[in-house]
Design a binder for this molecule. Structure first.
Ligand SMILES: Nc1ncnc2c1ncn2[C@@H]1O[C@H](COP(=O)(O)OP(=O)(O)OP(=O)(O)O)[C@@H](O)[C@H]1O
Ligand SMILES: Nc1ccn([C@@H]2O[C@H](COP(=O)(O)O)[C@@H](O)[C@H]2O)c(=O)n1
Length: 233
């Protein structure tokens, strides 16, 4: 794996947490503000899930998933102001957000061969980020980048997270708060209970409960934590 010559202010930041806690919004804004790269690892797991669905792979069969886990070519663009994701040259930023992919991604991401493949990709992207990077997901602090300079674990109540998600859907689909809440609790439970690299807080991660914070407050909190790390370098 090639490691970029890092600038003095380069930092590696891991942001993990359950669904809807604000990882993507916070990570993108923090990275843009501090001139860091940004990697949405959930988008990579969604992309490989999209490929499995599109190629007729039985996602209830971990053996079938494992057999083809190395096939799709997944490319992530790491500019926080315009992150991109493609599979075999096709832009899949839209298709990976469908309900179908969301409902199947936990099953695909639980397969060890998928995790090994995507983890390797994530590490090589982080290693190439010369100004540093904010990487967000479920297992970044515990598994992907255990030596990150800063680890943050975002949490929020299921009620707050469901309300945020329904806010996104407004005008597109009828938003049923109870159904949204049940779906995110189900996905978190699957992600937390898988054997390989589950959703978990690293022992040395700083936990931030965002339930009663605005997005701007969370961004400021993480920027302050990064600046403290940089000052101590
Ligand atoms: N502190 C906050 N207060 C209110 N809304 C927020 C806050 N943080 C994020 N949001 C909103 O909540 C929604 C979910 O945020 P985001 O996509 O960043 O979460 P996430 O943790 O990355 O979710 P997932 O893991 O499911 O991708 C977005 O609409 C975002 O604008
Ligand atoms: N490090 C990660 C990141 C994500 N996943 C899986 O992908 C799903 C989608 O993630 P979003 O952040 O886009 O909601 C998530 O539910 C996990 O199944 C993962 O396993 N590890």
């Amino acid at each position: 794996m090639e490691t970029a010559a890092r600038t003095a202010q380069a930092v590696i930041v891991a942001i993990d947490g359950p669904s809807g806690t604000g990882k993507s919004s916070t990570s993108k804004a923090v990275a843009a503000q501090l001139g860091l790269s940004y990697l949405d690892t959930g988008a990579q797991y969604r992309a490989i899930t999209w490929w499995m669905v599109n190629n007729g792979i039985d996602i209830t069969d971990p053996g079938a998933i494992a057999a083809v886990a190395g096939k799709p070519d997944i490319i992530s663009g790491t500019d926080p102001s315009a992150p991109t994701i493609s599979v075999d040259g096709t832009d899949v930023a839209g298709p990976i957000r469908t309900q179908e992919v969301t409902s199947k991604v936990s099953a695909v991401s639980a397969v060890p061969e998928v995790r090994a493949r995507i983890t390797e990709l994530q590490r090589s992207i982080a290693a190439a980020a010369e100004n540093g990077i904010v990487v967000e997901g479920r297992d970044i602090g515990t598994t992907v980048l255990p030596d990150a300079d800063l680890k943050v674990f975002l949490t929020a109540s299921a009620e707050a997270r469901a309300a945020r998600r329904n806010g996104e859907l407004k005008g597109k689909e009828a938003a049923d708060l109870a159904a949204t809440k049940a779906a995110l609790i189900k996905r978190d439970a699957a992600d937390s209970s898988r054997k390989t690299s589950p959703l978990a807080k690293a022992d040395d991660a700083i936990e931030v409960d965002t339930s009663d914070l605005t997005l701007q407050q969370v961004i400021e909190c993480v920027v302050t934590l990064i600046e403290e790390k940089r000052a101590a370098k």
